[in-house]
Every structure is written in structure tokens, then in C-alpha cells.
Design a binder for this molecule. Structure first.
Ligand SMILES: O=C(O)c1cc(=O)[nH]c(=O)n1[C@@H]1O[C@H](COP(=O)(O)O)[C@@H](O)[C@H]1O
Length: 256
């Protein structure tokens, strides 16, 4: 998370460039998107499924690692979630085979599905409230002790950060009220926030609800298809970064 904070500050960006490669000339397009968007990227997030669907997917991820400039975190979005013994193998894949700086994890199997990924210097984003619709009967389920299942996931992760400061949450951009609610519950955690672009998440509401009060950072706003399909991915990333920064400035002036 320190690397992420440093990168967000030096690039003056909260944009996460999602890499979900499909179509023709995937390798050339990946190289192009990375090269054109890198200066605006606070991070890159390749989604593992889009690589595993190709015979050379693992090798392509390894080459992608080489194309991403030093200092820009690469989060491998695998939504991993298995017992500790198996989770350790996934962590070895993500960190040692691919060289990722972080991962996404599905917490359904509990803490031991999460903690093998919490190596020093690595970022682990745990699903709390995902972007898919319609509203989740699972994540929104009220618990007997109060709060929803996604509140519970967020609370557990927040407690774990006392010992494992690399943990954060995944919170979708498609439900700004839920994003604001989890921001209040977890004021200092980093959130990975997908759902802007193809899924229609509201950028202004995302910045307003998601940014930390303390430093205006704390949200990594991901967009994948919107950049992959853009005629000029670099220009699209620049525009999005400028829009996010204008909204951050507005938000800051409103709080002064
Ligand atoms: O963990 C994720 O990244 C994720 C969580 C979530 O709640 N919703 C979500 O869309 N994602 C991922 O974020 C990316 C969104 O892609 P676009 O909708 O094309 O911007 C995909 O790789 C999704 O798998």
C-alpha cells in the first residue's frame, strides 16, 4: 500500500488501468495500452481469466509484467479463494511466477483464504461489495448480530490490517451509497473500485463517496473495457485522470 500511495502521489492519479484482453492482436494491443496509459496509471489490473483463456496466457502475463514500468503496481485480479494450503500455491503463482504486486481475493472461505496472500510489500484487495447487479442477495444479507455480509467482510479485513497493513477492499462503483457506507466504516483502507465505464458507475459519485477524508486518496478507480476499446487508450486514460482530479479538487474545496 505504501508503493501504491507513492505512485498515486507521484503520478497524481487514482486511475487503475484494467487489462482484460480480448480480440485480435492481443499482444500488440496490450503493449500499446500499457505504453500509452502508463504515465497516468496509479496501477494496472490484469484479470487472470482473460489470460488463462489463451494457450500462452501465463507467459503473456509474465511479459506484461516486464512492460509495466518499475514503481507502477500490478494487481493480479484472480479473485482467489481457497483453503490456506492451496491459497499459498496461488500466492506463489501470483507473486513468484508472475511477479504481481497485489491480488484480489474472495473471502468466502474465511481468513485462511486471505492471509497466505498477505506477504510484506504486497497489496491484497478482498471482495466486500462487488459491482455486479442486480443487488446482491448474498452480500446484502443482514446478519443476526447486525450489519450485512459485506459489512462483516469489511470489518474483518479492517481488523486484520492491524497485523497485515497490505489489506484493502474491493468495492464496486455501481452503488455509491454502499461505497460511502463502507468508506465511513473503514476510513483509512485502500479500496479497489471497479465499475466505471462499461458497467456505468458514476465517476463523480465514486470520487465523492470513496476518497479518504484524511488525504483524498484511498480509491483506485478501475476501468477495463473502456480503455481497451478506446480509439486512443492514452488519450482516454489522460481524460479520465483529469476528470478524476477535477472531481477530487471540487471535493476538497467543498470540505474546506
Ligand atoms: O475485483 C474486481 O476487479 C472486480 C470486482 C467487482 O466487483 N466488479 C468488477 O467488475 N471487477 C473486475 O473489474 C473489471 C471491470 O471491467 P470493465 O467493466 O470492463 O471496466 C473486470 O476485470 C472485473 O472482473
Amino acid at each position: 500500500m505504501e508503493q501504491l500511495t507513492r505512485r498515486a502521489q507521484t503520478a497524481n492519479s487514482l486511475l487503475c488501468v484494467g487489462l482484460d484482453p480480448v480480440g485480435e492482436n492481443v499482444e500488440a494491443q496490450l503493449q500499446r495500452v500499457v505504453a500509452e496509459t502508463a504515465e497516468y496509471a496509479a496501477g494496472f489490473k490484469p484479470n487472470l481469466a482473460f489470460f488463462l483463456a489463451r494457450p500462452d496466457g501465463v507467459a503473456l502475463l509474465q511479459r506484461l509484467r516486464e512492460w509495466i514500468p518499475q514503481g507502477v503496481p500490478m494487481i493480479l485480479d484472480g479473485k482467489f479463494g481457497d483453503i490456506a494450503n492451496t491459497a499459498e500455491r496461488y500466492a506463489a503463482f501470483a507473486y513468484d511466477v508472475i511477479g504481481a504486486d497485489g491480488v484480489t481475493v474472495n473471502p468466502y472461505m474465511g481468513e485462511d483464504a486471505i492471509l497466505p496472500f498477505a506477504r510484506p510489500g504486497k497489496a491484497v484487495f478482498v471482495l466486500a461489495k462487488t459491482s455486479n447487479k442486480p443487488v446482491h442477495s448474498w452480500q446484502d444479507q443482514e446478519l443476526v448480530k447486525g450489519g450485512t455480509v459485506s459489512d462483516f467482510s469489511a470489518d474483518v479485513v479492517q481488523t486484520l490490517t492491524h497485523e497485515h497493513p497490505g489489506l484493502g477492499l474491493v468495492v464496486g462503483a455501481t452503488n455509491p451509497a454502499a461505497l460511502g457506507h463502507l468508506r465511513q466504516r473503514c476510513p483509512e483502507l485502500w479500496f479497489l473500485v471497479p465499475g466505471v465505464g462499461a458497467q456505468g458507475g458514476d465517476l463523480a459519485a465514486t470520487v465523492q463517496a470513496g476518497c479518504r477524508q484524511s488525504d483524498g486518496l484511498g480509491v483506485l478507480i478501475n476501468t477495463s473495457r473502456a480503455l481497451w476499446q478506446a480509439a486512443e487508450p492514452g488519450a482516454a486514460a489522460r481524460d479520465l485522470t483529469f476528470q478524476i482530479n477535477a472531481l477530487r479538487a471540487e471535493r476538497l474545496s467543498a470540505t474546506i
